[in-house]
Design a protein around this ligand. Structure first.
Ligand SMILES: Nc1ncnc2c1ncn2[C@@H]1O[C@H](COP(=O)(O)OP(=O)(O)OP(=O)(O)O)[C@@H](O)[C@H]1O
Ligand SMILES: [Mg+2]
Length: 251
């Protein structure tokens, strides 16, 4: 029999994290295979960032088992660039010296090689976030942790960034955990979507919508509705058509 778990990049079992006497994470279980892209949804305050910080080893657990690869990087909602270092130096900040070739290649992948010599303060929000992405990818992580990385961007830039992240993740194949509030973003990008509620994943399902994923696809819309339901968001039913009203005997 094949041992499916041997391909796991992330394995979390029975994870508990307490703040005071409140268990924000309580018996959480999660597995991410190598090269798999998982999106994590959950209401504000449900513990998404807490989970991501534990996977990044920026925070500890109060119980349970957490296995993650050594090579892991995080992109947060804000780019967190060092203002006193130029763009290329920001990208290579965690690498051994003399790796500017690697940094330039990573900048080219996010379309910013011409900005290598610029100061972070001169970049737009979307550009700065692409530098943060290049800085995360240049280290060739086995696990890429993304905490609402597009949330501060305008709608068009966000769509472009989603495409870029999808493309780069397909190319580099890290395991990915993307935290987002945006259900459409989750369905567009992920191989699996999970919903965190009451300290554990109440949903953890593969996304079977055909790629490229179109929000107009009925399968996309059905999954969106179900996820919103799991999130506790009321979805308003579409107003009935004249035909449906007649059928239902309503005038
Ligand atoms: N260091 C801390 N000390 C005390 N409470 C904390 C700490 N960090 C997080 N919390 C609490 O844990 C809960 C989960 O926080 P977390 O930041 O993980 O939520 P989230 O799901 O990421 O929310 P959002 O979507 O708003 O970013 C919140 O109620 C928060 O106040
Ligand atoms: Mg958060």
């Amino acid at each position: 029999m094949t041992d499916g778990t041997s391909q796991a990049a992330v394995r979390v079992r029975g994870l508990r994290r307490l703040f005071g006497d409140r268990a924000v994470l309580d018996g959480l279980r999660l597995e991410i295979a190598r090269g798999e892209f998982v999106a994590l949804l959950g209401a504000s305050g449900s513990g998404k960032t807490t989970l991501l910080r534990i996977l990044a080893a920026l925070d500890g657990a109060d119980g349970g088992e957490v296995l993650v690869p050594q090579a892991r990087t995080v992109v947060f909602q804000e780019p967190r660039l060092v203002p006193s270092k130029k763009v290329l130096a920001n990208v290579t900040v965690a690498l051994p010296r003399n790796r500017s070739e690697h940094g330039l290649r990573a900048l080219a992948e996010v379309g910013l090689e011409r900005h290598a010599d610029a100061w972070p303060a001169t970049l737009s929000g979307g550009e700065a976030q692409r530098v943060a992405l290049a800085r995360a990818l240049v280290r060739e992580p086995e696990l890429l942790l993304l905490d609402e990385p597009f949330a501060a961007l305008d709608a068009l830039t966000r769509l472009r960034m989603q495409d870029l992240v999808g493309e780069l993740c397909r190319k580099h194949r890290p395991a990915v955990l993307l935290v987002t509030h945006d259900v459409d973003e989750a369905v567009r990008l992920a191989d699996r979507v999970a919903v965190l509620r009451d300290g554990r994943l109440i949903t953890d399902d593969p996304v079977t919508v055909d790629r490229p994923r179109d929000p107009g696809d009925p399968a996309f819309a059905a999954l969106r509705r179900r996820l919103l339901d799991d999130l506790g968001v009321e979805t308003t039913p579409q107003p009935a058509t004249a035909h449906e009203r007649t059928e239902a005997g309503v005038i």
